[in-house]
Design a protein around this ligand. Structure first.
Ligand SMILES: N[C@@H](CCC(=O)N[C@@H](CS)C(=O)NCC(=O)O)C(=O)O
Length: 120
């Protein structure tokens, strides 16, 4: 089972690499603003999880340099995710709001909708 998962994971990463989407081009001013805004976002993810790849592709399409944390390889990231979000499931987007509140958004479709609504 672990071998099948490893093969599937490698295939996903390979095809993701071959078919990497192009990032949207913005004016320098707007991109600088967005680069600043995404400092308050962190994606907890696994490298080869298909749902995480889906979110990373959406980030690439929208040229959003969101920080990522690998919750499989890094114990510290895993603990942060469980403590903050309440469960070990990926992808999860940590959103630090301007009012100081922090939201933890699970589910790839919700995360992609959020990014599209906020940055598209
Ligand atoms: N419906 C979820 C499914 C996410 C999902 O199944 N994630 C798996 C990894 S691929 C997970 O978090 N499993 C829990 C674990 O690995 O501990 C989404 O679209 O984000």
């Amino acid at each position: 089972m672990a071998i099948i998962r490893a093969i599937l994971g490698s295939l996903i990463l390979f095809f993701n690499w071959v078919f990497t989407p192009r990032g949207v081009k913005r004016t320098e001013e707007l991109q600088t603003q967005i680069d600043q805004d995404v400092q308050k976002l962190t994606l907890y993810q696994y490298k080869a999880c298909p749902f995480c790849v889906k979110v990373r592709r959406a980030m690439k399409r929208q040229s959003l340099p969101i920080n990522t944390r690998d919750a499989k390889r890094s114990e510290q990231s895993r603990e942060e995710l469980i403590a903050g979000g309440g469960k070990l499931a990926v992808p999860c987007l940590k959103i630090e709001e301007n009012d100081g509140e922090t939201k933890w958004m699970y589910d790839s479709s919700d995360i992609i909708s959020y990014l599209e609504n906020r940055f598209a």
